[in-house]
Design a protein around this ligand. Structure first.
Ligand code: COA
Length: 165
Protein backbone atom coordinates (compact mmCIF):
# COMPACT_ATOMS: atom_id res chain seq x y z
CA UNK A 1 0.00 0.00 0.00
CA UNK A 2 1.41 3.41 -0.86
CA UNK A 3 1.97 6.02 1.81
CA UNK A 4 -0.81 8.12 0.28
CA UNK A 5 -3.43 5.40 0.72
CA UNK A 6 -2.24 3.84 4.00
CA UNK A 7 -4.55 4.36 6.96
CA UNK A 8 -3.09 6.76 9.50
CA UNK A 9 -1.79 4.90 12.56
CA UNK A 10 -3.96 5.43 15.62
CA UNK A 11 -2.72 7.93 18.18
CA UNK A 12 -3.15 7.41 21.88
CA UNK A 13 -3.39 10.51 24.03
CA UNK A 14 -3.68 10.81 27.80
CA UNK A 15 -5.73 13.30 29.78
CA UNK A 16 -7.64 13.59 33.05
CA UNK A 17 -11.08 11.97 33.06
CA UNK A 18 -14.32 13.92 33.24
CA UNK A 19 -17.94 12.99 33.92
CA UNK A 20 -18.57 12.19 30.25
CA UNK A 21 -16.08 9.31 30.52
CA UNK A 22 -18.11 7.49 33.19
CA UNK A 23 -19.82 4.93 30.92
CA UNK A 24 -16.62 4.09 29.06
CA UNK A 25 -14.70 3.81 32.35
CA UNK A 26 -17.28 1.40 33.72
CA UNK A 27 -17.10 -0.68 30.52
CA UNK A 28 -13.30 -0.78 30.79
CA UNK A 29 -13.56 -1.88 34.42
CA UNK A 30 -15.77 -4.80 33.37
CA UNK A 31 -13.57 -5.75 30.43
CA UNK A 32 -10.25 -5.60 32.30
CA UNK A 33 -11.10 -6.98 35.77
CA UNK A 34 -12.76 -10.30 36.58
CA UNK A 35 -13.42 -9.34 40.22
CA UNK A 36 -12.89 -6.50 42.71
CA UNK A 37 -14.29 -4.03 40.18
CA UNK A 38 -14.85 -0.38 41.03
CA UNK A 39 -18.50 0.63 41.00
CA UNK A 40 -19.91 3.59 39.13
CA UNK A 41 -20.13 5.65 42.32
CA UNK A 42 -16.45 5.03 43.15
CA UNK A 43 -15.39 6.05 39.64
CA UNK A 44 -17.51 9.20 39.83
CA UNK A 45 -15.87 10.00 43.16
CA UNK A 46 -12.37 9.48 41.72
CA UNK A 47 -13.12 11.94 38.89
CA UNK A 48 -14.33 14.64 41.28
CA UNK A 49 -12.02 14.17 44.27
CA UNK A 50 -9.33 16.80 44.82
CA UNK A 51 -7.04 14.14 46.31
CA UNK A 52 -7.34 11.76 43.36
CA UNK A 53 -6.37 11.84 39.69
CA UNK A 54 -8.04 9.61 37.16
CA UNK A 55 -6.11 9.49 33.90
CA UNK A 56 -7.61 8.09 30.72
CA UNK A 57 -5.96 6.90 27.51
CA UNK A 58 -7.85 7.65 24.31
CA UNK A 59 -7.27 5.99 20.98
CA UNK A 60 -7.90 8.30 18.06
CA UNK A 61 -7.71 6.87 14.55
CA UNK A 62 -9.27 9.99 13.05
CA UNK A 63 -12.13 8.00 11.48
CA UNK A 64 -14.42 8.03 14.50
CA UNK A 65 -14.77 9.44 17.99
CA UNK A 66 -11.77 8.69 20.24
CA UNK A 67 -12.16 5.42 22.16
CA UNK A 68 -11.22 5.08 25.81
CA UNK A 69 -8.70 2.22 25.99
CA UNK A 70 -7.03 2.64 29.37
CA UNK A 71 -7.15 4.34 32.74
CA UNK A 72 -5.13 4.83 35.90
CA UNK A 73 -6.18 6.19 39.27
CA UNK A 74 -3.77 7.85 41.69
CA UNK A 75 -4.72 8.61 45.29
CA UNK A 76 -2.99 11.04 47.63
CA UNK A 77 -3.34 11.73 51.33
CA UNK A 78 -2.91 15.01 53.10
CA UNK A 79 0.50 15.31 54.78
CA UNK A 80 1.84 12.24 53.01
CA UNK A 81 4.59 12.08 50.41
CA UNK A 82 3.35 8.66 49.36
CA UNK A 83 0.79 8.33 46.56
CA UNK A 84 -1.07 5.13 45.73
CA UNK A 85 -1.86 3.76 42.30
CA UNK A 86 -5.24 2.30 43.20
CA UNK A 87 -6.07 1.10 39.69
CA UNK A 88 -4.56 0.72 36.25
CA UNK A 89 -6.27 -0.98 33.34
CA UNK A 90 -5.90 -1.34 29.60
CA UNK A 91 -8.60 -2.63 27.31
CA UNK A 92 -7.83 -6.36 26.69
CA UNK A 93 -7.74 -5.81 22.92
CA UNK A 94 -5.00 -3.20 23.42
CA UNK A 95 -2.92 -4.96 26.10
CA UNK A 96 0.72 -5.82 25.48
CA UNK A 97 1.52 -2.77 23.32
CA UNK A 98 3.08 -0.53 25.96
CA UNK A 99 -0.02 1.39 26.96
CA UNK A 100 0.22 0.18 30.56
CA UNK A 101 3.77 1.53 30.66
CA UNK A 102 2.66 4.91 29.34
CA UNK A 103 -0.15 5.14 31.89
CA UNK A 104 2.24 4.16 34.67
CA UNK A 105 4.74 6.85 33.65
CA UNK A 106 1.94 9.41 33.54
CA UNK A 107 0.77 8.29 37.00
CA UNK A 108 4.29 8.76 38.35
CA UNK A 109 4.51 12.22 36.79
CA UNK A 110 1.15 13.13 38.31
CA UNK A 111 2.28 11.96 41.77
CA UNK A 112 5.49 14.00 41.48
CA UNK A 113 3.53 17.03 40.31
CA UNK A 114 1.47 16.80 43.49
CA UNK A 115 4.57 16.74 45.69
CA UNK A 116 4.80 12.97 46.23
CA UNK A 117 8.16 11.21 46.24
CA UNK A 118 6.90 7.62 46.29
CA UNK A 119 4.24 5.60 44.47
CA UNK A 120 2.82 2.45 46.03
CA UNK A 121 0.40 -0.16 44.73
CA UNK A 122 -1.04 -3.62 45.30
CA UNK A 123 -1.23 -6.33 42.66
CA UNK A 124 -2.67 -9.84 42.68
CA UNK A 125 0.09 -12.40 43.16
CA UNK A 126 -1.14 -14.20 40.01
CA UNK A 127 -1.23 -11.10 37.79
CA UNK A 128 1.88 -11.74 35.71
CA UNK A 129 1.29 -8.86 33.28
CA UNK A 130 0.91 -6.39 36.14
CA UNK A 131 3.91 -7.73 38.08
CA UNK A 132 6.04 -7.62 34.95
CA UNK A 133 4.93 -4.07 34.22
CA UNK A 134 5.90 -2.88 37.71
CA UNK A 135 9.15 -4.80 38.11
CA UNK A 136 10.43 -3.72 34.68
CA UNK A 137 9.84 -0.15 35.70
CA UNK A 138 11.74 -0.20 38.97
CA UNK A 139 9.05 -1.13 41.50
CA UNK A 140 10.23 -3.06 44.55
CA UNK A 141 8.07 -5.59 46.37
CA UNK A 142 8.02 -4.73 50.06
CA UNK A 143 5.06 -6.59 51.57
CA UNK A 144 2.55 -9.39 51.06
CA UNK A 145 -1.07 -9.00 52.13
CA UNK A 146 -2.73 -12.42 52.60
CA UNK A 147 -6.33 -12.91 51.39
CA UNK A 148 -6.53 -9.31 50.17
CA UNK A 149 -8.84 -9.87 47.19
CA UNK A 150 -12.49 -11.04 47.07
CA UNK A 151 -11.49 -14.58 46.04
CA UNK A 152 -8.86 -14.89 48.78
CA UNK A 153 -5.83 -14.25 46.55
CA UNK A 154 -2.95 -12.46 48.26
CA UNK A 155 -1.70 -9.05 47.18
CA UNK A 156 1.90 -8.09 46.63
CA UNK A 157 2.67 -4.51 47.61
CA UNK A 158 5.15 -2.60 45.49
CA UNK A 159 6.70 0.82 45.76
CA UNK A 160 8.94 3.06 43.72
CA UNK A 161 11.00 6.01 44.83
CA UNK A 162 10.10 8.85 42.45
CA UNK A 163 13.04 10.99 43.45
CA UNK A 164 12.88 14.35 45.07
CA UNK A 165 9.34 15.78 44.96
C1 COA B 1 -1.59 -4.88 33.69
C2 COA B 1 -1.95 -4.04 32.47
C3 COA B 1 -2.41 -2.66 32.91
C4 COA B 1 -0.69 -3.89 31.60
O1 COA B 1 -1.04 -3.08 30.49
P1 COA B 1 -0.34 -3.28 29.08
O2 COA B 1 -0.76 -2.21 28.17
O3 COA B 1 -0.50 -4.68 28.64
O4 COA B 1 1.15 -2.99 29.52
P2 COA B 1 2.43 -3.11 28.63
O5 COA B 1 2.10 -3.31 27.18
O6 COA B 1 3.27 -1.97 29.02
O7 COA B 1 2.99 -4.53 29.09
C5 COA B 1 3.43 -4.83 30.38
C6 COA B 1 4.23 -6.12 30.30
O8 COA B 1 3.35 -7.27 30.24
C7 COA B 1 3.49 -7.93 28.97
N1 COA B 1 2.13 -8.22 28.47
C8 COA B 1 1.00 -7.64 28.88
N2 COA B 1 -0.07 -8.19 28.26
C9 COA B 1 0.39 -9.12 27.45
C10 COA B 1 -0.22 -10.02 26.56
N3 COA B 1 -1.56 -10.07 26.41
N4 COA B 1 0.56 -10.83 25.86
C11 COA B 1 1.89 -10.78 26.01
N5 COA B 1 2.54 -9.96 26.86
C12 COA B 1 1.80 -9.14 27.57
C13 COA B 1 4.19 -6.95 28.08
O9 COA B 1 4.96 -7.60 27.12
C14 COA B 1 5.07 -6.19 29.05
O10 COA B 1 6.24 -6.85 29.37
P3 COA B 1 7.63 -6.25 28.85
O11 COA B 1 7.77 -4.90 29.47
O12 COA B 1 8.61 -7.22 29.32
O13 COA B 1 7.50 -6.17 27.36
C15 COA B 1 -3.04 -4.75 31.60
O14 COA B 1 -2.61 -6.03 31.30
C16 COA B 1 -4.39 -4.80 32.26
O15 COA B 1 -5.17 -3.88 32.16
N6 COA B 1 -4.69 -5.90 32.95
C17 COA B 1 -6.00 -6.07 33.60
C18 COA B 1 -6.17 -5.13 34.76
C19 COA B 1 -5.04 -5.30 35.74
O16 COA B 1 -4.66 -6.42 36.07
N7 COA B 1 -4.52 -4.17 36.24
C20 COA B 1 -3.44 -4.17 37.21
C21 COA B 1 -4.01 -4.28 38.57
S1 COA B 1 -2.73 -4.03 39.76
Amino acid sequence: MSAATAAPSPIVSLREADRDDLDALLALEHAAFASDRAERRAIRHAIASPTMTLLVALLDDASADPVLVGAATIERRRNSRSARLSSIAVSPARAGFGLGGRLLEAAEADARRHGCSRLRLEVRADNWAGIRLYERRGYRRFAVLPAYYEDGMEAWRYEKDLGRA
